[in-house]
Design a protein around this ligand. Structure first.
Ligand code: MG
Length: 373
């Protein structure tokens, strides 16, 4: 194994865990974090949660689980190329979406609206809440007791008021310092992951077409290369070969630009990373292309009328569930009734956020469909 860069997170400069534990026998602390995430309940549920499409719409679309695995793959490649802590990058990537509600952003927006008067709901904070509090797997503590660095990576953004409540973990949102490079890269690996697989899933669903994509620079450039290299290519193979090249070009560009930024900033330690401006970044040209792709997807896929019909329904399901439980918390499963004694809206939000797409649909049917029990 190559030696870690001096500015990488390591066992030596880690701020450790909240509840002290003896060192693992045959793993690094960050491998242990990754393993704990993989064994968690919230991680398993990602299999039945979606980003854009509702889970039961087709078996071929990405779920949050396959998305998280793809992000972890990209993040590990980036970390290894930059001699950063690959295990930490993997642990962050695998946990970055744990707090998502059913039905992707539509679910989160609906739950946030329901929680408006009770502190709001934000999936990123919920991911942290899961690993710090909600997972029940260990005798000695709530949550997974992950290292500070993994939790820092999970918390991608945070409003100043909330940052104050979070103490040490929230400080960087108040004083403008940066998280580890491993965390910064996971953020961008997430973007590379979802933009490219949304192209793939969007094409597969028929909601967007190859012809439409010709207007997007990054697609047009790579698809032209693919057609030049393989004049006979068409259909799925054309799409996959093009998406593959887009992901690769984004990753290669990101590695090159980040290396350059590290060198120019004279960064040699983890403290330097915290104090420097954000170092993980795309080059200017690729950044613009990537933004163009995001814009295309927003207009043509996320706002497609068939997607909007689905998100509208999702919003209604989440809002109905919240309303029913708020009106009568006795409808909650016993564990959540217990939690509701301390904070009713938050217990309801935790319950709903933990649901998979299909569970939420079934629960809605159980509560609202006359003739169902
Ligand atoms: Mg994600």
């Amino acid at each position: 194994m190559t030696e870690l860069a001096s500015h990488a997170v390591s066992g030596g400069n880690s701020r450790g865990r909240r509840h002290p534990e003896s060192a693992p026998a045959s793993r690094s602390e960050f491998q242990r974090d990754r393993d704990r995430v993989v064994h968690s309940t919230a991680f398993r549920r990602l299999e039945y949660k979606t980003q854009v499409f509702v889970n039961h719409e087709g078996d071929l679309f990405r779920t949050r689980l396959t998305h998280s695995i793809e992000v972890a793959q990209i993040a590990r490649t980036l970390a290894r190329a930059l001699r950063l802590n690959e295990d930490l990058a993997e642990a962050i990537a695998l946990s970055h979406d744990l707090g998502h509600t059913p039905f992707g952003h539509a679910g989160q927006d609906a739950l946030n609206a329901c929680m408006r008067d009770y502190g709001g709901f934000e999936h990123n904070l919920q991911s942290l809440r899961i690993v710090e509090l909600l997972e029940e797997r260990y005798g000695a503590f709530d949550g997974l007791n992950l290292t500070y660095e993994t939790r820092e990576g999970i918390l991608k953004h945070c409003a100043p008021k909330k940052a104050q409540e979070l103490g040490e973990l929230g400080r960087r949102f108040l004083d403008g310092t940066q998280p580890s490079l491993e965390a910064q890269l996971c953020n961008l690996a997430d973007e590379i992951g979802y933009n490219n697989h949304d192209v793939d899933d969007g094409l597969r669903s028929g909601l967007i077409t190859v012809e439409q994509l010709e207007e997007v620079g990054i697609w047009a450039r790579h698809v032209a290369d693919v057609r030049r290299d393989f004049p006979q290519i068409s259909g799925r193979r054309l799409i996959h070969e093009t998406v593959r090249r887009m992901i690769n070009s984004l990753a290669v560009d990101l590695i090159g630009q980040t290396m350059k930024n590290i060198a120019e900033a004279g960064v040699v330690s983890l403290d330097d990373v915290h104090r420097a401006p954000p170092l993980a970044a795309f080059g200017v040209g690729i950044h613009a292309e990537h933004r163009e792709l995001k814009h295309f997807l927003r207009i043509n896929l996320y706002q497609h009328y068939q997607v909007l019909r689905m998100t509208n329904k999702a919003r209604r399901i989440v809002t109905d569930l919240f309303g029913a439980f708020k009106e009568d918390p006795r409808l909650l499963p016993p564990q959540y009734q217990e939690m509701a004694k301390a904070d009713k809206p938050r217990a309801i939000a935790d319950y709903i956020a933990g649901m998979t797409d299909r569970y939420a649909i079934r629960e809605h049917r159980r509560l609202f469909a006359v003739g169902e029990i």
